[in-house]
Structure formats: structure tokens, C-alpha cells
Design a protein around this ligand. Structure first.
Ligand SMILES: O=C(CO)COP(=O)(O)O
Length: 261
């Protein structure tokens, strides 16, 4: 079954809302509409810029999707500083990143919390992008497949097959994030194939064939084409390279199979 590639730009804690508007406009200007039939493009700004991006996307009928980098496991209430799935859904978000390694590391998010966030996202009609990935010391002892599959199973715990089918998985090896050290296409493929096979074991082949598995970690326009050529890599979760409109548009065009705009 053909899966539409997804390129999602995780802006992390970068750009103010004016810069967010400028970057979204730049991407829309640089990537002609015909590409959107072959690649889904999403931007994931900080919470403070989602409303600005929404206004632009709605006003100009842009084909770019957008979403958030995190959400609360709760629906509403006394959770100072948190943002709920209901609030994100109201802003027209399509995607929400869950379990990014930076949240696991700096906010001590464990698999149990990540699982609750996946469920909260689905409850509010958002598509979670569930991140899994090993640190360097785990890869060095060849523990990467077991590690990623453990995070995967824990993140999806309690989901029915039809819910699991709606989730996007992102394999992001921690050693590749922001380091310029992109995984080789075959290393990334090995993990993404293993993730798909775990999905098949747990939820059946149809779910495994439906779920998009992305690679993330120092993806650039120079590396995306060879990554998406791999049978089990369905796009990229892009950090640094998503902050440059020309570079991101180029990357999306290459994921669509080209030609460059
Ligand atoms: O963490 C990432 C995306 O979520 C990857 O970041 P970089 O592309 O900057 O390595």
C-alpha cells in the first residue's frame, strides 16, 4: 500500500510569531501546489505561533498542515503552563509530537506519560507523532532495536488496532539529533523496518502497512532522497533544516520525488 510521505518541520523553541509567519509564507511561496499531491508538509511551531500559522494557512488556503510539539495528558483544569489536546484541536492542528527525546531528557517524560499523551491526542482527533530512538551507548551495545520497540509498545499501550493505525512513528536516534550525524539510510531502514514488523505482530499487517514511519536526526536536503527511497521510511521529522524556508522547500520537493522547484 502506498503511503504518502510526510515531512514535518519541528521548529523546537525557535522563532517568534512574526518570524513564524515569514517562514510559513516562504515555504508556501517556494513549494508550488503540485508537490502537495506527492508529499504532505507540516510545520510544528512553538505554541505561541500556532494561531499565527493557522490564520495564514486558513486565510490563504495553504496546503501546509501544522501542529504542536507537545500536549498535556489532561483535557483541562489546573495544570499551569500546559496546553491541552482540545485547545490544539480548536486551533486546527493536525499533528502533535509526543515523546520527543528532548522532552524525555529535559522534562523527565517516561513511557507511561508518553502513552497518556498519545491517548489524549487521539481523543481530541489529533495525529500523534510518537518519537522513539536510542542514545549512542545503546547503539554501541547493539541494543537499538530492542530499545526502540520497547518505547514503541509502551507508547501505544492500550490502543485498539484502529487507533494504532492513526499514529505516526518517528525514529529519531538521539545521537543524530542536532549533531550533523545523520543515520545511514540502511541503519535508519533497519530500525524503521523493525518498528513496522512490531506493528504487524501487535496490530496486524494492515495497520503496519498503513502507519507512516519517519526518520529524524540531522536530515537535510542532501540526505532526504536516499532516506525516503528506503521501503520503510515514509518521510522525515526535521529540526534545524526546517528553519530555513528554501532548504525546507527543497527537502519537501525531494521527498516528493522532485524536481526541485
Ligand atoms: O529532533 C529532531 C526533529 O524532531 C531533529 O533535529 P535536527 O534535524 O536538528 O537534527
Amino acid at each position: 500500500m502506498a503511503r504518502l510521505p510526510l515531512i514535518a518541520g519541528n521548529w523546537k523553541m525557535n522563532l517568534n510569531h512574526l518570524e513564524a509567519i515569514a517562514l510559513t509564507q516562504k515555504i508556501a511561496f517556494s513549494l508550488p501546489e503540485k508537490y502537495f499531491a506527492k508529499v504532505e508538509v507540516a510545520v510544528l511551531p512553538p505554541f505561541i505561533s500556532i494561531r499565527s500559522v493557522q490564520t495564514l494557512v486558513d486565510g490563504d488556503k495553504l496546503l501546509i498542515k501544522y501542529g504542536a510539539q507537545d500536549l498535556s495528558p489532561h483535557d483541562s483544569g489546573a495544570y499551569t503552563g500546559d496546553v491541552s489536546g482540545a485547545q490544539l484541536a480548536k486551533l486546527g492542528c493536525t499533528y502533535v509530537v509526543v515523546g520527543h527525546s528532548e522532552r524525555r531528557e529535559y522534562h523527565h517524560e517516561d513511557d507511561e506519560l508518553v502513552n497518556r499523551k498519545v491517548k489524549a491526542a487521539l481523543k481530541h482527533g489529533l495525529t500523534p507523532i510518537l518519537c522513539v530512538g536510542e542514545k549512542l551507548e545503546v547503539r554501541e551495545v547493539n541494543g537499538h532495536l530492542a530499545h526502540c520497540n520497547t518505547q514503541l509498545i509502551a507508547g501505544l499501550k492500550g490502543l485498539k488496532a484502529e487507533q494504532a493505525a492513526k499514529v505516526v512513528i518517528a525514529y529519531e536516534p538521539v545521537w543524530a539529533i542536532g549533531t550533523g550525524k545523520v543515520a545511514t539510510p540502511s541503519d535508519a531502514q533497519e530500525v524503521c523496518a523493525s518498528i513496522r514488523s512490531t506493528l504487524a505482530d501487535k496490530y496486524g499487517q494492515e495497520v503496519a502497512d498503513t502507519v507512516r514511519v519517519l526518520y529524524g536526526g540531522s536530515v537535510k536536503s542532501g540526505s532526504i532522497a536516499d532516506l525516503v527511497k528506503q521501503p520503510d521510511i515514509d518521510g522525515g521529522l526535521v529540526g534545524g533544516a526546517s528553519l530555513d524556508g528554501d532548504e525546507f522547500a527543497k527537502l519537501c520537493a525531494l521527498a516528493a520525488g522532485g524536481p526541485l522547484p
